[in-house]
Ligand binder design. Sequence first.
Ligand SMILES: Nc1ccn([C@@H]2O[C@H](COP(=O)(O)O)[C@@H](O)[C@H]2O)c(=O)n1
Ligand SMILES: C[C@@]1(CO)OP(=O)(O)OP(=O)(O)OC[C@H]1O
Length: 158
Amino acid sequence: MRIGQGYDVHAFGAGDHVMLGGVRIAHDQGVLAHSDGDVVIHALCDALLGALALGDIGRHFPPSDMRWRDADSRQFLRAVAAMIAERGYALGNADVTVVCERPKIAPHADAMRANLAADLGCDVGRISIKATTSERLGFTGRGEGIAAQAVALLLPAR
Ligand SMILES: Nc1ccn([C@@H]2O[C@H](COP(=O)(O)O)[C@@H](O)[C@H]2O)c(=O)n1
Ligand SMILES: C[C@@]1(CO)OP(=O)(O)OP(=O)(O)OC[C@H]1O
């Protein structure tokens, strides 16, 4: 059994949507990022890579690599899923918390869970998405950016 945790932040910038858990959410701002800036998937990838002691997302998909410019972050998660399977593990469960004042996450949580479960090849019941504001405190509270934290447990595949 192996456990990992991940954390990611992106600043808000010009735009009309954010990508979270592979779901496009209409918003009055976008995020500044090399890829699509999906903090849910980036934090989850880091949790899974951490559980495997394989470094972090930037090691596998460097921001200096133009292949990842505006990339759909779901491809990172599918690549990490392959690494998990190659090493003889399967996802036990994963739990992600999104921190932002806006947008509202709850109406989109089940769609995110379905995307993540599809990419990881697991039952949706193994994936949890939660959200909280930071009560207007700090950079998330001022609406300057969005953060996500994730934990993941890997189990031997059989
Ligand atoms: N961006 C967010 C933030 C919160 N929620 C939901 O609202 C609940 C209350 O948030 P508090 O920060 O006041 O505790 C929270 O439990 C979430 O269900 C959300 O959907 N999107
Ligand atoms: C996702 C990657 C891809 O180059 O870039 P960003 O979208 O900037 O995201 P971040 O979480 O800052 O860094 C990780 C990178 O792997």
